[in-house]
Design a protein around this ligand. Sequence first.
Ligand code: PLP
Length: 399
Amino acid sequence: MTDSKLKNVRPDTLAAHAGLDPMAHQGIVNPPVYHASTVLFPSLEALEESDRNPFDIVNYGRVGTPTTFALEQAVAEMEGGYRSVTAASGLAAIATALSAFARSGDHILVTDSAYGPTRRFCNEVLAGFGVETEYFDPLVSGDIARLIRPNTRLVYLESPGSLTFEVQDVPAIAVAAKARGVAVLMDNTWATPLCFNSFAHGVDVSIHAATKYIVGHSDAMLGLIVCSNKETWEPVKRTAVRFGTTAGPDDVYLGLRGLRTLPVRLKRHHEASVELAVWLKRRPEVARVLHPALPGDPGHALWRRDFTGASGLFAVELKPCSKTALAAMVDHLDLFGLGYSWGGFESLVLPIHPARARTATRDRWKDAGPMVRFHAGLEDVHDLMGDLERGFTRLAAAS
Ligand SMILES: *Cc1c(COP(=O)(O)O)cnc(C)c1O
């Protein structure tokens, strides 16, 4: 139920207001955190009514509570989707969404730039269920048509890829897929519901590791699957319920709370990452910068055409240096933490090895110099530059 006051407002306004119903909660702005397993019914008739509408009436904690539904509604409205489904992690959301569509005997097309654990789910779990995964060049565009077989069920995108930041021509891929009745699923974590309007670009199911920017504070795991319409939502919701996919109420609440400040945080992550990328590009230690919001990046034209903003995650390729020199740089940074994940308030650094994570496009990365991924957090960008500058001094001294 969309609040009529929120008709025709922009995504930033939705981030502040969507999913809220203070008057249903004694005027309290935010929905309460419902901790629930058992749900009681006033009568046999009410219980039977919930059995007839198992996805819409709260009948058991696993299916969701008003806290979950508030988050699902808010995110669906922000992205312009029909409805969404919450999961306990981004990976659980991806696994649920893929399982909702792929069947034994199917062939699925997955971008070679997909998140590593997504690949492992396809290669190990889906393969065990008789689903064949073929990885394709993320830059394929409309030529994906040539890879579509009679048994191809879905195309899975991730743009930009979270290691190498290729921007995919989502509309061209979606047109080719639609022409053959193939569903288009996309990991939209980098852009969030704010910076890439997945449904306007032909995506059927948009998946978010809400753990990253939506939660935004590195303190919860959460996933969301946003669906374009009733026909895509029903199989996703049914599969989520059959798998027992659910998320803890406190984490759902943290997602809802993070959403309220997502627009301001993301703007700052965008600015800081571009400032850092520009600064890094001028460093003598850096061979190239991979950031689609940077003019001159191979994905910049598509990014400008299709995206309304960027986030804080990008990468650089360094000029050849020893592992010892790289370690001297990343081991002693004061502000950049060394670790996986991203999307929180704090800056991160991570050495990456794209060639190891690729099949269809391994050759493109096999001769690359040492690569490092950065997450630009919310610190003062000059302090971040100072931290990296000292890191480069250590790198040079250890070379
Ligand atoms: C982190 C991440 C995921 C998985 O999210 P989790 O909440 O960590 O399971 C999926 N896709 C991308 C692009 C990610 O970076």
